[in-house]
Ligand binder design. Structure first.
Ligand SMILES: [Zn+2]
Length: 55
């Protein structure tokens, strides 16, 4: 099953782990609960929930 990006709706996503995906358009990781894991410039991860209107 192909999952679209919860942020931009792009289908250009790759699965990087069992429940982790990567969007090539907005360059963020997210999981099956639609939590976004943004990779910051220093390499750390910033995790946040997708705002309701995007779900
Ligand atoms: Zn995206």
């Amino acid at each position: 099953m192909m999952k679209i990006c919860p942020l931009c709706g792009s289908k250009a996503v790759g699965q990087i782990a069992v429940d982790r995906y990567y969007c090539w358009d907005c360059l963020v990781e997210y999981d099956k609960n639609n939590r976004i894991h943004e990779v910051l410039e220093d390499g750390s991860l910033n995790t946040f929930e997708v705002p309701e209107p995007y779900l």
